[in-house]
Design a protein around this ligand. Structure first.
Ligand SMILES: Cc1cc2nc3c(=O)[nH]c(=O)nc-3n(C[C@H](O)[C@H](O)[C@H](O)COP(=O)(O)OP(=O)(O)OC[C@H]3O[C@@H](n4cnc5c(N)ncnc54)[C@H](O)[C@@H]3O)c2cc1C
Length: 618
């Protein structure tokens, strides 16, 4: 069995982001997180990294070698025993599945930022194990958020203790992006429960034997409800029926797995087709007080969390690919250095000495560091939203809106650039990168799904342009821009990165100037320019936001560097952070100019081209 452990992580980088850039330790000044001082946080981080290295890492290769097995006789799915063991250790010894669940419901109640640092370790080491460990907490949190008191009591205990797992169930054979068209039916019964009937596909971890029950959260349309998304309700549908104490019985709830998909990546996670109510005996319970038609709204909480997790997982995988490419580049000997190319006597050097390899490495480093900073900027808003919920609802709301604004950036930009980073990691390896003997091709296959599920990246772009930008008359976006402008005003003269800060400042002005075109595109003849350019707009805002955060990191590093004595072990680290900021602003940020020009051009060529003209042969 292939159990090679490829996981690599730089704990110094995570410490920098959490404690030097975003000051996680200061959260303990507030009652909600008073137990989470720096020492406690560091202890949990160490445990998380140990778990990632020792338990999660070996399952990375196993996900490919010992894939989940569908058993047609009883429609069950068997997962290999090492995964099950790693899940058990993750739950029983460390509680990683519930670290984010509030304490009063039996979780750890840790700050979101800290939980996400640990999730970065686990998902970087093994995305499929992370999907199993992440399931119970997110499903429990949704029931906690929208369920009645009885539902919370009845359904969440066994999720929070990790005995059960959970899924989110939207997709149907003819319904992907167009969620409002869901056909699965729900027929109300006299006792208030519903009979669920419909065929769902592509359900991650929809059937398996890691847990003794699976709680499916199913979007379905109650009988007589209106068409479209306003007619959908959300149902709690267990795989196995429960007794009156909320414990699993051995009575099946008529949820049948029809098979698992043979797919490109994340091979350890079974992607299942599920038949609900083939025998007219699938019982579901509407989430909440019984109000129908609010299912998609309820699901959005989970979807938003899932979107953040998706972008974060993409960045974690990309970072794994980068560290592996770096290790390879330090070892692989090839050719003399450029200035010695014509000298047959010159020593051959590790490829990290070649300028083009260094360019690729620094692009991977700066993209993943900028991505990490973006994730933790968002997590800090989540933590502050929670901290001020009761004492200062207005401040809490401001943070909540920044979470909403940044979510599509995290989901889209990070999953798109993860694909680019993995491609560079393969390129750095040369031919070896194309072989399954090295992990980078697996990272690439794993990350590709992340721009597709939880709403394709175009769905994120439409959400950003159509909802997030104009929300509150544009105030949320203006708040983000003001924060960036305040930063550029304060740091234009910075001796290490002043020029890059100046460039960012110009790009922000250009973006603001060009975004006005959106208003002009409201007319019927130009309307299609909005969806046509939505991805570009999201990319432009993401580039600027990431440039701001990586410059912030660079300036903190330059300041820290100034006070260090020669030979201090942190010198190389801080210099690396400055180099990342320079690279991002010099090589990646200028794409903003190209996008701005494109917006001004109002290019309709790909809208106007006749469908026949794409190819006249087929
Ligand atoms: C490995 C895997 C795991 C998954 N896990 C789950 C899960 O756990 N639960 C679940 O419910 N689903 C899951 N899915 C399904 C996933 O969420 C969908 O695949 C995704 O939402 C896209 O839907 P689709 O595949 O039908 O593509 P389509 O909706 O057919 O889209 C195809 C293309 O057309 C574009 N497109 C579609 N509509 C529009 C439009 N109106 N305007 C512009 N462009 C448009 C899309 O952006 C995309 O590029 C999973 C899928 C996979 C492959």
């Amino acid at each position: 069995m292939r159990n090679d452990n490829y996981y690599k992580m730089d704990m110094r980088e995570m410490q920098f982001v959490l404690f030097e850039q975003f000051k996680l330790q200061n959260l303990s000044e507030h009652a909600l997180y008073q137990d989470w001082d720096r020492q406690t946080c560091e202890m949990l981080l160490d445990q998380g990294l140990k778990f990632a290295y020792e338990k999660a890492g070996p399952t990375f290769g196993m996900a490919e070698e010992e894939e989940p097995l569908f058993n047609p006789e009883d429609c069950s799915v068997t997962i290999n025993s090492y995964f099950k063991d790693a899940y058990k250790v993750g739950v029983e010894e460390s509680g990683w599945h519930s670290v984010m669940v509030p304490e009063k419901y039996g979780g750890e109640g840790a700050p979101n930022s800290l939980c996400n640092a640990i999730y970065e370790f686990i998902s970087g080491a093994s995305p499929t194990l992370h999907m199993f460990l992440g399931g119970p907490g997110v499903i429990a949190n949704l029931i906690i958020e929208h369920g009645t008191e009885e539902q919370k009591e009845f359904w969440t205990n066994n999720l929070i203790n990790g005995k059960w797992n959970g899924t989110m169930v939207l997709t149907e054979p003819e319904v992907g992006t167009d969620v409002g068209a869901i056909k699965t039916k729900a027929v109300k019964q006299e006792d208030g429960s519903y009979l669920i009937k419909g065929n769902k596909i592509f359900i991650s971890n929809g059937e398996h034997d890691v847990n003794d029950n699976i709680i499916h959260l199913v979007l379905a349309r109650p009988e007589g409800a209106v068409q479209g998304s306003k007619g959908l309700s959300l149902f709690i549908v267990p795989k196995m029926r429960l007794d009156s104490n909320g414990e699993t019985t051995n009575v099946k709830n008529d949820v049948i797995c029809g098979g698992i998909e043979d797919k490109m990546g994340i091979h350890g996670s079974p992607t299942c087709s599920l038949y609900f109510g083939e025998n007219d005996s699938c019982q579901g319970f509407i989430l909440g007080d019984g109000t129908e038609g609010i299912g998609l709204k309820q699901m959005f909480n989970l979807l938003n969390e899932a979107r953040i997790a998706t972008g974060h997982m993409a960045n974690s995988q990309a970072a794994g690919a980068y560290y592996n490419a770096l290790a390879f580049a330090r070892e692989r000997i090839q050719s003399p250095e450029f200035h010695n190319m014509r000298n047959p006597e010159a020593p051959k050097v590790p490829i990290i000495k070649h300028p083009d390899v260094r360019r690729m490495l620094l692009e991977m480093k700066s993209r993943t560091e900028a991505g990490r900073a973006l994730v933790f900027k968002l997590c800090m808003h989540v933590d502050k939203k929670e901290i001020f919920k009761e004492s200062d609802p207005e401040t809490s709301e401001k943070h909540a809106r920044q979470v909403d604004l940044l979510t599509p950036l995290v989901k889209s930009f990070l999953s798109d650039q993860a694909w680019r980073v993995c491609e560079l990691a393969i390129q750095t390896h040369g031919g070896y990168g194309y072989l399954t003997d090295y992990p980078v091709e697996q990272y690439a296959r794993n990350v590709k799904i992340l721009s597709i599920y939880e709403g394709t990246n175009h769905v994120q772009a439409l959400d950003f342009v159509g909802r997030k930008l104009p929300r509150n008359a544009g105030e949320d976006f203006r708040n983000l821009i003001s924060e960036i402008k305040a930063f550029t005003a304060d740091n234009k003269d910075n001796s290490a990165l002043g020029k890059e800060v100046e460039k960012l400042d110009q790009m922000v002005d250009l973006m603001v100037e060009k975004s006005v075109v959106l208003m002009a595109w409201m007319s019927p003849e130009k309307m299609s320019l909005i969806p046509a350019n939505a991805n570009y707009i999201l990319e432009m805002v993401s580039l600027i936001t990431c440039a701001w955060l990586i410059l912030d990191a660079g300036i903190i590093s330059a300041d820290a560097l100034a006070s260090l004595k020669d030979n201090h072990p942190d010198i190389d680290f801080y210099q690396g952070k400055i180099a990342s900021a320079q690279f991002f602003c010099r090589h990646l940020l200028p794409e903003v100019v190209q996008i701005a020009n494109l917006l001004a051009e109002e290019d309709m060529s790909f809208i106007n081209i006749k469908e026949e003209s794409f190819s006249t042969t087929w």
